[in-house]
Design a protein around this ligand. Structure first.
Ligand code: FES
Length: 75
């Protein structure tokens, strides 16, 4: 299976909900084989910050920086 890519929406609504801090936590805690990318709107603006993991297409809603260790260990 291809290595995981974690997308974190950085569009306006998710940013207001703390997406920049979630991206910082992802970049700080990730391991080398995981790709982290900020992205545009994922179409779920009311539930942000939104994280989408590829290729499994696992969605995470209302993500907080303290949730990142749990998400990364589940990949
Ligand atoms: S702004 Fe993040 S899903 Fe739309």
């Amino acid at each position: 299976m291809e290595p995981p890519c974690v997308l974190i929406c950085q569009n306006r609504t998710c940013k207001k909900q703390g997406a920049a801090q979630v991206l910082t936590a992802l970049r700080t805690l990730k391991s080398p084989e995981i790709t982290i990318e900020g992205c545009g709107c994922l179409g779920n603006c009311g539930n942000g910050p939104i994280v989408l993991v590829l290729p499994t297409r696992m969605w995470y809603y209302h993500v907080r920086p303290q949730d990142i260790p749990t998400i990364l260990t589940s990949l």
